[in-house]
Design a protein around this ligand. Sequence first.
Ligand code: AHR
Length: 497
Amino acid sequence: MSHVITIHSDLSKGKINRNIYGHFSEHLGRCIYEGIWVGEDSPIPNTEGIRNDVLEALKQLNIPVLRWPGGCFADEYHWKDGVGPSENRKQMVNTHWGGVVENNHFGTHEFLRLCELLDCEPYISGNVGSGTVQEMSEWVEYMTFDGVSPMAAWRQENGREKPWNVKYFGVGNENWGCGGNMRPEYYADLYRRYQTYVRNYGDNKIYKIACGPNVDDYRWMETVMREAHPFMDAISLHYYTVPGEFWTSKGAATGFSEQEWFTTMKKALHMDELITRHSAIMDQYDPNKRIGLIVDEWGTWFDVEPGTNPGFLYQQNTIRDALVAGLTLNIFHEHNDRVVMANIAQIVNVLQSVILTEGEKMLLTPTYHVFDMYKVHQDAERLATHYSGTDYEMDGEKIPQVSVTASKDQAGKIHVSLCNVSHTEQSDVTIQLRGLNGLVSKIVGQQLASDSLDAHNTFESPDVLKPTPFETFELQGDVLYAKLPPMSVTVLEITAE
Ligand code: AHR
């Protein structure tokens, strides 16, 4: 099937914010406990309680930003229960996620230490649903105030002399649902009030993030923007790719049908329409695009693995997830004028994770490999691209078979990422490299591909799916001919000098 792509190597469309490669960690199931935090006394090798294998694997991804402590958990989290000597910390019930006991051993100090070890920015979600204005205000003071104050003194008593730098702060999460079931008018007023007391101390400048809509709730976006836009730096959007019905049967993570494969790809592509339409509403109140759109929850959401706690949201991760990751990151790139951050849900053992653990064992998922291959786009200049080609069809429905994005990094290298979403058809792609004037000196590629719809890594066979060198291409002048196998994600690196 024929597919033609033009890459305008001399036509920059602005920077791809590295924060688009952000992650999300919630006190949910085995994400924090077991997945990240095992405690200092664990037989699992750890650094100050954080497991070393997961830490090392995550470092490799150059994670720019990590969101915590929720999710729904954030709006019933009381940060003061999670500081001080761990043996004195209050236990609570995690009512949203399995009704399990939360011992608060992983709190503010532990999270901010994790961010230091990962060399990433923390993104804290504050509690609007069940917390007070004073509580939120004091959390910011505790973390960022450098001077004499009650919260700074308490932080020092708890072992941290200097404040941390905390830039990203979310004022509530899903306040249209688990964060308080509010109407947008009510939330907009609460947002204005709570954010007033989220103070900037010293050089620490907080970037305030308002709770935005669920999926296509355009009324929420319109109302919150209208009523509160002068008080925010960004607003969030949540959208999950669910092949079935959210409340009844979402579909299994493995062993699914060809139809479910197609539907998953189609629903992942819906992100493009959501961003376009929400951004158009934002334009009415913010034509100069001062306010960022942050997709701080995205990814696949399937039925939990059989036999696991339904409240723990543990799911396998296949080549299908890899394609969803590639397609979604490509969409974020194309909207780099508005999308300034995104956080895949969630980092370990929950929903579309990059890492799964079982006891002392750990595996890297296909989604991990996509984030690893794609990290070359972080902070690079997006290049204009054009694609035309045969659609991928099933039961009378059509979607584009190939998705492409390209960028130029600071060293001048061009990276082209390509997804072939068809589960049966190879894509023969002709890529015209405009603006390079025959100067291409080297091309290398990496590919993640499989011939089985639900290929995945297991603890017994952790390397079933991993990137391999991509070699089925040929360069003639400034035209590159590439053969992309079905169900594949490919990243090419082009050097021209
Ligand atoms: O990521 C799982 C949950 O999905 C989050 O806690 C919530 O914000 C969303 O509904």
